[in-house]
Design a protein around this ligand. Structure first.
Ligand code: NDP
Ligand code: ZN
Length: 352
């Protein structure tokens, strides 16, 4: 079978591989829609998690089951499924500790395009199908459905990590597709005022549609000053970081009140250390909590997100700005994610 792969750091291309076979609990899935992720760009072009050779890329897919192992109970060939970006080994101590994302080691629940071939192949392998797949209702279009495996779960997790409560004033730093879902998540969790930090007009417009009340352009001056000015010097209750770099944490710490939470879902591709400003961190005693996490995966999380879409609480299709058709266009969609033209939020490739 054919797949679009990371050949080595900085290099991508098409390769041929054996079609995968399922173990007793596993499934083989044919993708019906896929999307490239900014994380793939960090992985390939920044070498952020180290060298990978001839690894098929991609971790955002909905698909059709083509084969299942002898022990799979709830899925059969022909079923349409949402495949989470994170597909943990559920029989691990990390799961018992409450962190399935790290089953088997740090970040090891993230398998596709990290430790095994991803979803940009004609077929891909899903471990523990009954625990890691979710049925896709026929009413949800593929373009919207493929925003569930990563964009919705990650953006919403940013809002969860920031521990947002009713009436909180929240700042979401970064409003690409992930941050836009954090804005929607903050809105659903009951935030009062929501600042959205970005620069591209299209992203700002969609942020307002998802519930942002104020837009801050980081290219118009220091965002800390802009936030403090807009809040009469008080700052915000919660911050979600979904963009920026290692320096963004200092800004978050400076703009947040004591007794507060910062939730980071940004994948830090570069830099050795994160600076925390000593004084604004309450000289170590400010109760300004910093959380950072990989998005939740697995079946139950997907089923809950599917409900949010099915019952029209969230419309993730607003994220989709570019739709391609056909397997060969995966490369074009992938390169768009690298180049980030002004009108791009998220490209999708339909393979059905
Ligand atoms: P995008 O690149 O599309 O969006 C990044 C956003 O950050 C844009 O709004 C951009 O502004 C803004 N931004 C860039 N620089 C700054 C800055 N210096 N200060 C403030 N804002 C800034 O990324 P995605 O939304 O696709 O992904 C966001 C991050 O989430 C990525 O690092 C990705 O790898 C990561 N990720 C993490 C996952 C997890 O499980 N934790 C899963 C999936 C993704 P603009 O473009 O408007 O100028
Ligand atoms: Zn991703």
């Amino acid at each position: 079978m054919k797949g679009f792969a990371m050949l080595s750091i900085g290099k991508v291309g098409w390769i041929e591989k054996e079609k995968p076979a399922p173990g007793p609990f596993d499934a083989i899935v044919r993708p019906l829609a896929v999307a490239p992720c900014t994380s793939d760009i960090h992985t390939v072009f920044e070498g952020a998690i180290g060298e990978r050779h001839n690894m098929i890329l991609g971790h955002e897919a909905v698909g059709e089951v083509v084969e299942v192992g002898s022990e799979v109970k709830d899925f059969k060939p022909g079923d349409r499924v949402v495949v989470p970006a994170i597909t943990p080994d559920w029989r691990t101590s990390e799961v018992q500790r409450g962190y399935h994302q790290h089953s088997g080691g740090m970040l090891a629940g993230w398998k596709f395009s990290n430790v095994k071939d991803g979803v940009f192949g004609e077929f891909f392998h899903v471990n523990d199908a009954d625990m890691n797949l979710a049925h896709l209702p026929k009413e949800i279009p593929l373009e919207a459905a493929v925003m569930i495996p990563d964009m919705m779960t990650t953006g919403f997790h940013g809002a969860e990590l920031a521990n947002i409560k009713l009436g909180d004033t929240v700042c979401v730093i970064g409003i690409g597709p992930v941050g836009l879902m954090s804005v929607a998540g903050a809105n659903h969790l009951g935030a009062g005022r929501i600042f959205a930090v970005g620069s591209r007009k299209h992203c700002c417009d969609i942020a307002l549609e998802y519930g942002a009340t104020d837009i801050i352009n980081y290219k118009n001056g220091d965002i800390v000053e802009q936030i403090l000015k807009a809040t009469d010097g008080k700052g915000v209750d919660k911050v979600v970081i979904a963009g920026g770099d290692v320096h963004t944490f200092a800004q978050a710490v400076k703009m947040i009140k004591p007794g507060s939470d910062i939730g980071n879902v940004n994948y830090l591709g570069e830099g050795d250390n994160i600076d925390i400003p000593r004084s604004e961190w309450g000289v170590g005693m400010g109760h300004k909590h910093i959380h950072g996490g990989l998005c939740p995966g697995g079946r139950l999380r997907m089923e809950r997100l599917i409900d949010l879409v099915f019952y029209k609480r969230v419309d993730p299709s607003k994220l989709v700005t570019h739709v391609f058709r056909g397997f060969d266009n995966i490369e074009k969609a992938f390169m768009l994610m690298k180049d980030k033209p002004k009108d791009l939020i998220k490209p999708v490739v339909i393979l059905a």
